[in-house]
Write a protein that binds this ligand. Structure first.
Ligand code: UTP
Length: 275
């Protein structure tokens, strides 16, 4: 059973400036809850117990959020604000939290490798980016959906979502071998293609299960011309080696909160649920 999740959240969040100048984008409230809390809750609901957060310099707000707040808790208790006390206690008691710093934003792949010391050599791990929220109220959450394929295959799994042609340049897009309902075998992974070069209409959502083979390949990657090492490079090499990579077409509603429109849609969605 996979018990650990890595959350690489050390990116600069340039698409959300000026809000992200002095605070991490993952702490921006989606209505009343920071995006990263939704992501941790999703992992915990799927049985993850250890949360490893890769933070950038100056992103201590994330760590503060998940740490106990004894002073606030005792004031809430003394004032009889028990509902609020429960809200605050829930955050720090959900899981065991670990932190590691990525000193420079050298790519999502590099950020994942910063957390490598928390993994055993033969251990698979859930990786969740800070941007993607999925709500599947009626059924399994996104991490549970990934885990159900991993439990059957013991091979890496990527969450996928149908995208419009004009969106291909924002996401990784995959090519497919075979498709059985919502589970696909991936044979190609192209980062941000032009619409005419996109091998399908399935875009990559930032939720993955990585096996030790992917971590090994990630360690072999060199930085691209932009100085970044990306997870997509390791998947690409893995596929070139003829290995099996699975995709799960997500069930539920997806919000890309790294994008201003997606953030607004998520805020409206969760406001309706939480009000
Ligand atoms: P993104 O490319 O979506 O995030 O990275 P970003 O770089 O923060 O955003 P923009 O494009 O500048 O607005 C995907 C995930 O990888 C993390 C991000 O925090 C996000 O969760 N990441 C990215 C790192 O942890 N380190 C990096 O060097 C780059």
């Amino acid at each position: 059973m996979i018990k650990k999740a890595i959350l690489p959240v050390a990116g600069l969040g340039t698409r959300f400036l000026p809000a992200t100048k002095a605070q991490p984008k993952e702490m921006l409230p989606v209505f009343d809850t920071p995006a990263i809390q939704f992501i941790v809750e999703e992992a915990v609901a799927a049985g993850i117990e250890e949360i490893i957060i890769v933070i950038g310099p100056g992103k201590s707000a994330i760590k503060n959020h998940f740490e106990p707040a004894p002073e606030l808790e005792s004031i809430l208790e003394a004032r009889g604000k028990l509902k609020e006390l429960e809200i605050v206690r829930h955050i720090s008691s959900m899981a065991n939290f670990h932190y590691v710093q990525q000193d420079e934003p050298l790519g999502d792949g590099h950020a994942i490798l910063c957390a490598e010391d928390f993994l055993e050599a033969d251990e698979s791990v859930v990786v969740l980016f800070g941007d993607d929220l999925v709500d599947n109220e009626a059924g399994k959450n996104a991490v549970e959906q990934l885990l159900s394929i991993y439990q059957e295959k013991s091979e890496p799994v990527i969450l996928l979502n149908k995208i419009q042609p004009e969106e291909t340049k924002k996401y990784g897009v995959v090519g497919l071998d075979e498709q059985e309902t919502q589970q696909v075998k991936i044979n190609k992974f192209i980062e941000k293609p032009e619409p005419e070069e996109a091998p399908s209409d399935l875009g990559v959502v930032g939720k993955f299960i990585l096996t030790p083979e992917i971590i090994t390949l990630l360690k072999q990657q060199k930085a691209g011309s932009d100085g970044e090492i990306r997870l997509a490079q390791a998947f690409d090499q893995y596929l070139q080696g003829g290995e099996a990579l699975w995709g799960k077409v997500l069930e539920g509603q997806r919000f890309d909160t790294g994008d201003k429109q997606g953030f607004l849609a998520a805020t409206l969605h969760y406001a309706k649920k939480h009000l």
